[in-house]
Design a protein around this ligand. Sequence first.
Ligand SMILES: C[S@@+](CC[C@H](N)C(=O)[O-])C[C@H]1O[C@@H](n2cnc3c(N)ncnc32)[C@H](O)[C@@H]1O
Length: 328
Amino acid sequence: MSTQTGKAEVVVSPSEFFQIEATERIRSSVELKLSDHSYLPKSDFLRADWVASVAVPAFKTLAERGFLAPRFCTIGTGVGLDALAAVEILQARTVGFTDIHDDVVECARKNIQSNLLAEDVELFGGAGDLLSPLVGKLSQVDVIYENLPNIPMAQSDDLAHGQTSSTFIAERSEEIPGFAEKNLVTLHYLALQQAYPVLRVGGRVLSSIGSRIPISEILALSGAAGYDGRVLTYTWKVQSEPDEVVGGFARWERKGLGPFHFYPVSVLQEAFEGLSPAAAGAQALQMENDLSPHEISAVDAMALVEKGEQVGHTVAILDSVKVAASAL
Ligand SMILES: C[S@@+](CC[C@H](N)C(=O)[O-])C[C@H]1O[C@@H](n2cnc3c(N)ncnc32)[C@H](O)[C@@H]1O
C-alpha cells in the first residue's frame, strides 16, 4: 500500500525510542503499519519525534513519581505508538484511543494489538472528534494524553488529504476563551474540557503543547478548564513538517494572532544540555526567560525554513490534575 507519506510501515526499537533496557509488556521490535492518513513517526530522527522526545519522558516522569495509569486514554493517537508507550511505561491495562480518521483508528488498533505481549490489555478505540467516540465507554481514567494540532485549517485545505498533524477544522460550535483562540491552542482547551468528566478525581490530562507561546498562557488553559495545572516536563524539538507548521503559524501571526516563538536549534541544544525533561520542567519559567533574547517570530522562522535551515521550538507537557470539588 502506498500512503501520503510514501511509507507503508515503520519499525521502532523501544530500547532506542523509549530509552529502556528491555520491554516487558510490548514487543522488543515494534512494527507499525501506516494507513493513508497516519501521522508518521520520525523513527530516524528522535529529536523530531513526538513520542520519543515528549510523550515518553513525561510518562517516565509520572512513573518515577509512583503514578501509574491502569486506565489510560490517548486523543489523536496516530499510529498507536503513544498507547504502546503507556502500556509499557505506565502499565496501562484499559487503553482508550481516538483519532479523527477511521483508517487511522483501525490501523492503530491493529498496531497496538499486534505489538502487545501483555495479555491483560483491553482496547477501546473510536474514530471522530476528540473524546466524542468514547463517550459512555470510558470512565475513572487515570491519565489522558493528547498531542493535538494547533493550527486551524485554511479554507483551501482538505481534511481528506494530508496528515492533519498540525491542522484541524477551524469551525467549532463550542465557546472558546479568547486567549486560547489567540494562542492557537483551541483543541488543547477543548480536550481538557471533554476529559474532565471521564477522569477520576486525582487523574490528569497530559497536554503536549509545542509552546510557541508563553508558558503562562499554557498554564492558564488548566485553570480555564477547572484543573490544577503545572508544567510536568519541558523539552525541545526540531520542528517537524517545517513548511506546513511554521508556514501555518506565520500565516496566523500575519493576521494578528500570537506572536509565536521559535529558536535556533543550537541555542536549544545548549540550553537543555544535561537537563532531564523533568528537571527542565521544574525551572521552565526561568529557562523561557533566559531563552527570550533568542526568540524568532513565526514569520522570521519561515524565512529561515525557506532557506533550508532548521528551526526548533520548546515543548511543555501541561499536567492538569482533576481535584476534588471541595478542594477548590
Ligand atoms: C501530531 S499528531 C500526534 C500523534 C501521536 N499522538 C503522537 O503524539 O505522536 C496529531 C494527531 O491528532 C489527530 N487529530 C487531529 N484533529 C483531531 C481531532 N479533532 N480529534 C481527534 N484526533 C485529531 C491527527 O489525525 C493526528 O493523528
